[in-house]
Ligand binder design. Structure first.
Ligand SMILES: [Zn+2]
Length: 272
């Protein structure tokens, strides 16, 4: 699986592909169940690679080694779960990691915290989780029970090493949380900023490039598809108008690029 080095000011980052899967027409219909024939035609004619990536991020800032999301973990192999193999190529191992920032509680983002028998993968890392996400999945009693059990099992070995964050919190120097609810109840993105350089990590604000042309098109796994679609359009407008570099977890690896306005939607200019 590929890895991609880049930097934001003083922050050195590596995007590591936890997975890169083909995303063909059947796949897009499965993710975007309400996709129309007109939208499918746009998808067929796209020049973007038709892949579904899991773009996990490692970064080093000062002496701290940090992950943004943990990928799927060994249980997802052979298709998913390649984060730690990718990091090993760069000489980084689980014991080095000090902090793991989880954007939301879907398995492709937290599953890698634990082995298939639910032992901690990271011996010393503190896990930073959105408070609103914890409240919904672990405390509300409203989330699907089966998924709640998986989440509890993955976080259990980190008891005493979990901290909660809210919108606007500075998680470490240069990384600030930004609440982006809709995809899940407490889904968060992140500002990465150093030496005047800035990236907005949009996490799972969108999953496929065809949603750039049709921002209101939400995947079946959005918690609140209407709110997610509205926020998707607002954020895409913001990053386009401010010419902000973005990182998007599921866009074709490494998911780094600029958004531009086009017709009633947007286009993607990948930078790598
Ligand atoms: Zn995801």
């Amino acid at each position: 699986m590929p890895i991609h080095h880049f930097s934001v000011g003083d922050i050195k980052l590596i995007v590591v592909a936890d997975a890169v899967k083909d995303l063909l027409e059947d796949g897009i219909k499965n993710i975007l169940t309400t996709i129309s024939e007109e939208q499918l035609v746009v998808f067929r004619n796209e020049t973007y690679p038709h892949v579904f990536s899991y773009n996990t991020v490692y970064l080093q800032h000062g002496n701290e080694h940090i992950l943004i999301d943990a990928g799927t973990g060994e249980a997802g192999k052979p298709v998913e779960g390649h984060l730690m193999d990718g990091l090993a190529q760069a000489g980084i191992h689980a014991a080095h990691i000090d902090k793991i920032i989880i954007t939301h509680f879907h398995r492709d983002h937290y599953g890698g915290l634990v082995t298939p028998d639910n032992a901690a993968v990271f011996p010393k890392a503190t896990i930073l989780v959105p408070r609103a996400e914890w409240a919904y999945w672990v405390e509300s009693g409203q989330a699907p029970a089966e998924r709640v059990e998986l989440i509890k099992a993955a976080f259990a070995p980190y008891q005493g090493r979990i901290t909660f964050y809210d919108d606007g919190d500075v998680l470490v120097e240069g990384i600030t949380a930004r609440a982006m609810p809709g995809h899940s109840a407490g889904h968060c993105g992140l500002w990465l900023e150093s030496q005047g350089e800035k990236v907005l990590h949009l996490a799972d604000i969108l999953h496929t490039t065809v949603q750039l042309a049709f921002p209101e098109l939400s995947p079946r796994f959005d918690y609140d598809p209407l709110a997610a679609g509205q926020l998707r359009r607002r954020l895409l407008e913001e990053v386009a108008d401010e010419q902000l570099l973005t990182l998007i977890f599921h866009l074709p690896f490494p998911g780094l690029g600029y958004i531009q306005r086009a017709d009633n939607g947007f286009t993607w200019q990948p930078i790598a």
